[in-house]
Write a protein that binds this ligand. Sequence first.
Ligand code: CU
Length: 265
Amino acid sequence: MNQALKERQIDNRRTEGVRPSGSTTDPGWRGLLRRAAFGSAASIVVLSALVFKTIIPPLAVIFVLLAAGGTLAGRKGRIGVAGVVLAALGGAMFCGMGGSFVLGVIGAPEEPREFIPLVGGFVLALVVVVSAGALAVRGRSRGFERSGTARAVGAATVVILVGITVWSSFARMNFESAPAATGDIRVGANEFDFIPENITASAGEIAVHVDNRGAGLHTFTIDSLGVDLAVPAGKSQRVSFEAQPGEYDFYCKLHPGMDGRLAVS
Ligand SMILES: [Cu+2]
């Protein structure tokens, strides 16, 4: 990636269109698609190994589409076109299925194991789709393999990936767990339950201490009360809010079915 970045930087300093055709330092849309597809596929491996600790079938399918598509896209002719289509399909599936998870972690960069591969993989999947679109539009015109726009998109992608890595690393370093205070309702979170799932409190000011004992990020979210607390793995946080008597559902934004109920009397 560093070598590719250097090459792109050198490339960008030159005037457009003076490079000889067939230049190996210009990846073009197809080269960009292949690199992004491999990167996005790699992010799935990292997520599966470090966070999920299991192979999730839909992710495995996306991985195969991206890896096989990226490989075949390097071939000429119909096989190459099929590779582009497969990779685009995998990229679109990553964007569609990963979108809600990306929205969930985007406010919690202090969980780098999850944040970097998820957001980075999503960005790369988006680049795969964009590159496939560009190839489809430009495919019949001359010199479609080379494009200054592809170089610019590639360079911007590298900047974004470096940016989220730095951002997340700093956020983790500066993140401190909040100890529980007297009177806090204590809630534990793991994969994939809140413990306990039913909690009670008196109306007025309510404080909840959430201890994440799991391997990934969890949130403690109550939509109707505007409560949205993100707690990285192995960390704890507390949140206080006002509530009138009633029943409130709390849940984790990242994991459907991970929820509980707060009864306020
Ligand atoms: Cu969760």
